[in-house]
Design a protein around this ligand. Structure first.
Ligand code: AMP
Ligand code: MG
Ligand code: NA
Length: 318
């Protein structure tokens, strides 16, 4: 089956959401706090509204499992924030109303099933707030397998151009990157065995999202001598897929040893790396479970590599 229409809709929607995010980022937004104390901004909500609307229009029956919902935004005391989100959404969808914005955001309350989309409207909100890396990540999952993945990374550096890189993959068709500035897609590939110059590894900026001591020890054990590149969001998958790093390590933080990863934090990145020739598993070598729940209860830690060094990394973890 061809995913051309899905691919096109996903690219257009994430690029439109990326424009909204960049508008918001020009005036560093104050973060609101979610129930779990993680930050959320008007950009997270606006981005989700734009993408859910775009998917709903073309694939009206497809569920969307999104990170955000409009519960908070509905409260009367949040009217000011709702007006703000709507104002930003209007930059992309001129006739949008607040009621529609709420409806679109809540389209993201869908369930995991045989076929569904998963969306992180801003992955790496902390990076976004720091003016660092962030990603708008959207993936289509069918029969438990990611079929299409798109990551728009508005702050990703592009040689000789303004920042902004889109990473995209369709199962069986390879992976590409496309600078926002040129819109010219180039096939991407992971680091080859003899490319020692790019034998680097990436990890989170947020130290509470990983175990830096162990990540560094594992990297050394597989022969990586360079210090890590620290990067927020699924842009790390882009770095591995495009051959700027051979490895991305995400081991459970000693402060949250029972943390379980969300599907929207990994689905788009995982297919991009796999289609670029790499491998993605949990820290025990198990495939990531995108089929069961928004949280991957059967997986812990995430290991992303160029494939070649993957088994060595898993062995070092034992
Ligand atoms: P990153 O930018 O790679 O550090 O990852 C950002 C993501 O980390 C967010 O989307 C959160 O869902 C996720 N996150 C939150 N808390 C934790 C944690 N304790 N361990 C691992 N990931 C986390
Ligand atoms: Mg996220
Ligand atoms: Na997010």
């Amino acid at each position: 089956m061809s995913y051309d229409r899905e691919k096109q809709v996903a690219i257009e929607a994430t690029l439109s959401a990326a424009k909204l995010c960049e508008q918001v980022r020009q005036a560093i937004p104050p973060a609101m706090e979610k129930g779990d104390k993680s930050p959320v901004t008007v950009a997270d909500l606006g981005s989700q509204a734009i993408i859910c609307k775009a998917i709903s229009e073309v694939f009206s029956h497809d569920p969307i499992v999104g990170e955000e919902d409009a519960t908070e935004l509905r409260k009367p005391e949040m009217a000011h924030n709702l007006a703000k989100v709507t104002e930003y959404v209007k930059g992309e969808i001129a006739d949008a109303t607040s009621e529609q914005v709420i409806t679109w955001i809540d389209r993201g309350n869908g369930q995991v099933g045989q076929r569904f989309w998963t969306l992180d409207p801003i992955d790496g909100t902390k990076g976004f707030l720091r003016q660092d890396q962030y990603a708008i990540a959207l993936a289509l999952i069918e029969d438990g397998e990611v079929k299409v993945g798109v990551m728009a990374c508005p702050a990703y550096p592009v040689k000789d151009h303004k920042p902004g890189m889109l990473f995209m993959a369709v199962r069986g068709e390879g992976a590409i990157m496309m600078p926002f500035a040129t819109a010219e897609p180039t096939p991407i590939h992971v680091v080859k065995a003899d490319d020692t110059a790019n034998l680097r590894f990436v990890e989170s900026v947020e130290s509470s999202h990983g175990d830096q001591d162990r990540q560094n020890a594992i990297a050394q054990a597989v022969g990586i001598t360079a210090p890590s590149i620290r990067m927020d969001s699924q842009a790390k998958y882009g770095a591995v897929a495009s051959g700027q790093a051979a490895l991305y390590l995400r081991l459970p933080s000693p402060k949250s040893p029972d943390y379980r990863e969300n599907i929207w934090d990994h689905a788009a990145g995982a297919i991009v790396v796999e289609e670029a020739g790499g491998r993605v598993t949990d820290m025990y070598g198990k495939p990531l479970d995108f089929a069961s729940k928004p949280k991957m209860m059967e997986n812990q830690g995430v290991i992303v590599s160029n494939g070649i060094i993957h088994d060595t990394v898993l062995a070092a973890l034992k």
